[in-house]
Design a protein around this ligand. Structure first.
Ligand code: ZN
Ligand code: ZN
Length: 388
């Protein structure tokens, strides 16, 4: 594999900082997708726009036959940036706090390198997807026919990972990220004077019982070899000091790694809410929503990704069968529709990176050329070219 040119590396840094300064939220990545489409077109790459509203797909082909898809995400978060460097967010309250600016820049860099050095036989689709953070832009692109319009043998994803040193990768055969479901429980009691609870039904007491009982699902209803995280994240009810409200609403999330556990946890939450409310003379209505599925790598493509990463950073710097994360990722929808693999690229420099989603986070530019080289390595290994 030819090393990245200084022109490509410099361009990635400029794109990354430009994107960081102009972050855009889910499905509003208008400026971002304009920049990406413009740069791809300037490289001579065929550009398709509009899948998933703001999604962009660039296609570079040297021969009929095999095809590979590489995916980056483009969206930012509703976080107020607390950094003060020159490229910090110009859009107050919106920030690239998850490094999708870096992901887009690395994929553009790989496109630039491959367009200049097309040492492969086949087709590469560069997928720039919107709305990874919460609204399922990956799902939207898949549902709108991503893989029918841009057929490929496999799709690959990458995310920067604070906690892993720059110059390393980590990947699993199998689960990488958890499924994310959300739930809302409305407990309907009977409002009353705070001094006379016996005249009503106290929804808050019921919510407290439910909150504790939910924690017995992972610890008592699943085997110790299985895992799920249930977190209650909101409780809403009441407006006065001296009134027990009629109704209290609680919300939370469930994370786990298999559809089977999702089914069992959902059913257990339903039973606990219904019977706990009934035991107190109240009712509970549960709305349970399946969000992102688990992100699960296919075995053969994981091996391909490992080999590609090893060629870039050496065997010792690719961690295999690492601990998966309980966070979630909408690349999962692409892996439900196609074979493929998702890898983490180390983000920590001399100083550890701020965590993802933190207001002081900034993508580590020293990793741009490593990530782009991984993409190129993947393309050249899958589409069969010897070193030049
Ligand atoms: Zn994120
Ligand atoms: Zn992210």
């Amino acid at each position: 594999m030819k090393p990245m040119s200084s022109e490509t590396v410099d361009a990635m840094r400029v794109w990354r900082r430009d994107l960081h300064a102009h972050p855009e939220l889910a499905f509003n990545e208008f400026r971002t997708s304009d920049l990406i489409a413009r740069e791809l077109a300037a490289m001579g790459i065929t550009v398709h726009r509009g899948l998933g509203k703001t999604g962009v797909v660039g296609t570079l082909s040297t021969a009929q036959g095999r095809a590979i898809a590489l995916r980056a995400d483009m969206d930012a978060l509703p976080v107020k940036e607390l950094n003060s460097f020159d490229h910090c967010s110009r859009h107050v309250g919106t920030m690239h706090a998850c490094g999708h600016d870096g992901h887009s820049a690395m994929l553009l860099g790989a496109a630039h390198h491959l367009a200049t050095n097309p040492n492969f036989h086949g087709t590469v689709h560069f997928i720039f997807q919107p709305a990874e953070e919460s609204e399922g832009g990956g799902r939207a692109m898949v549902e709108e026919g991503l893989f029918e319009r841009f057929p490929c043998d496999a799709v690959y994803g990458m995310h920067n990972w604070p906690g892993l040193p720059a110059g390393t990768f980590a990947i699993n055969h199998g689960p990488m990220m958890a499924a994310l479901d959300t739930f809302e429980v409305t407990v309907q009691g009977r409002g009353t004077h705070a001094a006379m609870p016996e005249r009503g039904i106290d929804s808050f007491t019921i919510v407290a019982h439910i909150t504790l009982a939910l924690q017995s699902i992972p610890s008592r209803m699943l085997s110790a070899m299985e895992s799920a995280v249930i977190s209650l994240t909101q409780i809403h009810g009441g407006d006065a000091w001296n009134v027990i409200p009629d109704q209290v609403v609680m919300r939370g999330t469930v994370r786990c790694f298999s559809p089977n556990i999702q089914d069992r946890v959902e059913e257990a939450i339903r039973v606990i809410c219904r019977l706990t409310a009934e035991a107190h003379g109240a009712t509970a209505i549960l709305t349970y929503t399946r969000g992102y599925p688990p992100t699960i790598n296919t075995v053969g493509e994981t091996d391909v990704a490992i080999a590609a990463a090893r060629r870039v950073v050496g065997d010792a710097n690719v961690q295999i069968d690492c601990k998966p994360s309980m966070a979630s990722e909408d690349f999962a929808f692409m892996l439900q529709a196609n074979r493929g693999a998702y890898i983490w690229i180390g983000a920590d420099g001399a100083q550890p990176s701020a965590p993802l989603h933190n207001p002081r986070y900034d993508f580590n530019d020293d990793t741009l050329s490593i990530g782009a080289a991984y993409w190129v390595s993947l393309v050249e290994s899958v589409l069969g070219v010897t070193d030049v």
